[in-house]
Ligand binder design. Structure first.
Ligand SMILES: [Zn+2]
Length: 833
């Protein structure tokens, strides 16, 4: 990317952004509801005495944002159009509500504030509407050729909107308009179109759902849901109802931080005597880090229904497991993004199932929003007080916001996330990591939740690609301490849903992901599910089939329902975590605490240069109340983090110096036609240069960097490095590629191979004539081993006993406990008042 085009993008983004700022109309009124009635607000239009109303007129397709505040008790909020469609809804447990959606016809909107409980009869209502006039370009799903790992990683570093679907030599990517297609080509990537118009596909999917619902299908989902995806307020209402209907079994709560749009993030916890502060381990299951991945929330809440119903109906296995494990559900980690995507999808899907030709006005106005991936960070960056993500401009490039699944602290800032500094996308890059580790309310929430409990298993649901991913997401993180156990559980779950079980980085490197933090900070096992074969939110029958395993891939397995059950069962196995048992005075509190620092990656800058590793202070602290019998059994994670465990074999520094560099050069072969194929089998299209990686006394070749350069950007050379198994200096017939580099218009290519991947022996650099016209110079340089700088050592928890009423610490002791270990402590004497 040249400087000139970088500027064009900056200007384009800014100018469109400025236009999109001003609301078409804004009003603030006090609404009155004379009585309270505990009844849904989001089912349809209401005008009864328990509702305060306000009308607002929109001139055409418009984004609507309504906020309710200032009332005690429980109020809900909805915006209904003239056809009776609920355009926006909000159903949180208290009086503050945020309802945002899209009106598709010109006319009057009925805004209703519903008083469900409490003595306040008035509340403050603010309504803003924005007419949408900036059409988005057509969105497409394309398959981009990535001949090697480097080219896939560069694609993500550039900030293209990568799906989690990739295979040998390709990654599927969402293209936000033809501008991005041209950019891909500029960067030297080829692609084929998979879905020519995502808007048409969405309309067809929603239409298929209506037809299936009309046929009266009986659902096999635990909730009985048949028709289409829940909207945000449906989750709020259902989670509260589950808790109300099952007071001893289900607890509803909200996480610590509100989002940029002012929403709480909701959770439920399931287990008999759910309020008891006992020593059961926790299984945490989450959905929707990424806004458009609707099925991830559906399967999360459906599993909650399955466990609750199973328990209530006396299912023996469910009862046994829930007595031993608490399950916490956070169906929607990123409600701002989800609501934007889901409400745009509802507006588009409500368009009567008509075709969406390229010029379809509604599709063009809302489709970008339906495919929003990240959170709504830009509201803070632009100081849009009380602003809304729906004001985001559709400018034909990626979206604003931070990728919550690149913002966790563990290995944050490494490869596989965008820094926000790189052209062409800057902070609109699809995988923008955010300004700092844990900078976002969404990731802070999960961090806090995980830090206050003993989460022995965590599943974070995403779509799509039929994958069960386990740590590490970053290849450089090395083999995890618990690799065997992670692999075993990952494979067992994959046997149910039929997905491919693999390490996160096997798709492409990612840094700052959920389980790379949670696993390395807490030792709790963590997995990412990529649900479904080929779409972010396909028609709803796919959700049902994936949940129940009615897919070809599942091959008779029980689907995600059974996979989650395997994770629950695994959480109940004491030998897969650790157990502290003991005696202590009944009713006293115990706390288990640990402080440490989580290392980030060496933080990359926009030029791809490595900076310092940041060390993030962390505190894990969980709590237990000693039971009636004066005994306790506390299921906990091992006390030593995987990263610092001294029993794990690590790369150790070596004495010695790197070998001297090896120089080479070459020219296009006389018979070479323009080869234009990185994977060509024609030996006329490449030159081979053999080199040796030496080992022995006084030598430390920790890495080898092969670099070629030439003067003319128009001349295109590429690079592949092979292990030279027969040592003949020729790459012909060699199978094992250890490094490669293939960029577009540049004057150099380089690739680095490092230990442990780099073994002593013979190698050959194949310099591929892609479209070369000039000679090149090459160099193999060697570097020292980069030993882990993290100090290793066993870590301990501090176990404290606290007095019943005052909470005063009466005793403290250090506890070191390994995976599978059980230890006993007697606190009856030390912990007496
Ligand atoms: Zn995702």
């Amino acid at each position: 990317m040249t400087f000139a085009s970088r500027r064009v993008f900056g200007v384009l983004a800014l100018s469109v952004f400025a236009i999109a700022f001003a609301p078409s109309s804004a009003s603030a009124v006090t609404v009155t509801a004379d009585s309270a009635e505990d009844r849904s607000c989001i089912d349809g239009k209401r005008t009864d005495a328990a509702v305060g109303t306000q009308a607002v007129t929109v001139p055409g397709v418009s984004a609507v944002m309504a906020r309710l505040s200032g009332a005690g008790g429980n109020w809900d909020l909805a915006v209904v159009d003239e056809s009776g469609r609920v355009v926006a809804g909000s159903a949180y447990a208290a009086g503050d509500e945020v309802a945002q959606g899209f009106a598709i016809e010109p006319g009057k909107l009925h805004v209703q504030a519903c008083r469900r409980s409490g003595s306040d009869s008035t509340a403050e209502l603010e309504i803003e509407t924005f007419e949408l006039t900036e059409p988005a370009p057509r969105l497409q799903m394309v398959r981009v050729a990535t001949p090697d790992a480097d080219s896939a990683e560069r694609l993500s570093a550039l900030g293209f909107d990568l799906t989690e679907h990739g295979g040998a030599g390709f990654v599927d990517v969402v293209l936000h308009g033809p501008v991005e297609g041209a950019l891909l080509n500029d960067e030297g990537y080829d692609f084929e179109v998979l879905v020519p118009d995502l808007a048409s596909q969405s309309i067809a999917d929603r239409s298929a759902e209506r037809q299936m619902a009309a046929r009266g299908n009986t659902s096999t989902l635990p909730s009985g849901r048949t028709d289409t995806y829940r909207e945000l307020a449906d989750y709020s209402e259902e989670m509260q109802k589950l808790a109300e209907d099952n007071p001893k079994l289900v607890k509803y709560f909200t996480l610590k931080n509100e989002t940029y749009e002012g929403r709480p993030v909701e959770a439920i916890e399931v287990g008999p005597a759910v309020d008891r502060s006992d020593g059961r381990p926790t299984f945490l299951i989450t959905g929707v880090h990424h806004a458009r991945e609707w099925p991830s929330a559906e399967s999360t809440i459906e599993f909650a229904y399955e466990l609750i119903d199973g328990y209530n109906n006396g299912n023996k296995r469910t009862m046994r497991l829930l007595k031993r494990v608490r399950v916490v559900f956070v169906p929607i980690v990123n409600p701002d993004g989800f609501n934007l995507s889901r409400s745009a999808g509802a507006a588009l899907g409500a368009s009567g199932g008509r075709d969406a030709p390229a010029g379809d006005e509604l599709a063009n106005l809302v489709i970008e929003k339906e495919y929003h991936r990240k959170n709504c960070r830009f509201l803070q960056d632009t100081n849009m007080e009380g602003g809304s993500c729906n004001q985001e401009p559709d400018n034909g490039i990626n979206h604003f916001g931070v990728d919550p699944n690149r913002n966790y602290g563990g290995f944050w800032g490494g490869p596989g996330a965008a820094t926000g500094e790189e052209a062409p996308f800057f902070d609109t890059a699809a995988d923008y990591r955010g300004p700092g580790p844990f900078s976002e309310p969404e990731t802070q929430n999960i961090r806090e939740l995980v830090s206050k409990r003993q989460v022995v298993t965590l599943i974070t649901n995403h779509t799509f690609s039929n994958l069960v991913l386990r740590p590490p997401g970053l290849q450089a993180a090395g083999k995890p301490r618990d690799d065997k156990l992670l692999t075993r559980l990952g494979n067992a779950m994959a046997a149910e849903n039929g997905y491919k079980s693999q390490r996160g980085f096997q798709l492409y490197d990612t840094s700052g992901t959920t389980e790379d933090w949670s696993y390395n900070a807490t030792s709790g096992l963590g997995f990412t599910f990529e649900i479904g074969p080929d779409a972010f939110h396909p028609s709803y029958d796919v959700v049902v089939d994936e949940y129940r395993g009615n897919t070809d891939a599942a091959e008779g397995g029980g689907g995600n329902s059974a996979a989650y059950m395997k994770a629950l069962k695994s959480s109940a196995k004491t030998k897969r975590h650790s157990l502290i048992r003991g005696k202590a005075p009944k009713g006293f509190f115990l706390t288990l605490k640990k402080r440490f620092k989580t290392p980030t990656s060496p933080v990359l800058n926009g030029a791809g240069e490595e900076g310092e590793v940041m060390l993030l202070p962390e505190k894990l602290k969980s709590k237990l109340e000693v039971g009636k019998r004066g005994t306790f059994a506390w299921h906990v994670n091992p006390s030593t983090r995987p990263l610092v465990d001294p029993t794990v074999k690590r790369l150790e520094a070596r004495k010695g110096k790197p070998s001297d560099p090896v120089m080479f050069s070459g020219t296009p072969l006389p018979d070479a036609v323009p080869c234009a194929d990185f994977d060509t089998e024609d030996p006329m299209c490449w030159n081979d240069h053999g080199f040796k990686v030496k080992a022995g006394e006084g030598i430390d070749n920790g890495s080898a960097t092969v670099k070629i350069s030439w003067p003319e950007p128009a001349s295109d050379w590429d690079l592949k490095v092979f292990a030279d198994s027969d040592g003949d200096g020729s790459s012909e017939g060699e199978k094992k590629i250890v490094g490669s580099s293939a960029q577009g218009t540049t004057t150099e290519e380089s690739t680095t191979i490092a230990r442990p991947g780099l073994k002593p022996g013979d190698y050959v650099a194949r310099v591929v004539n892609f479209a070369a016209t000039s000679p090149y110079d090459g160099r193999v340089s060697f570097g020292k081993t980069q030993a882990s700088k993290i100090e290793t050592g066993f870590e301990k928890y501090t176990l404290a006993c606290r007095a019943k009423k005052s909470g005063r610490v009466l005793s403290r002791q250090k506890i070191q406990i390994d995976r599978g270990e059980r230890i006993s402590v007697d606190l009856t004497k030390t912990c007496a008042n």
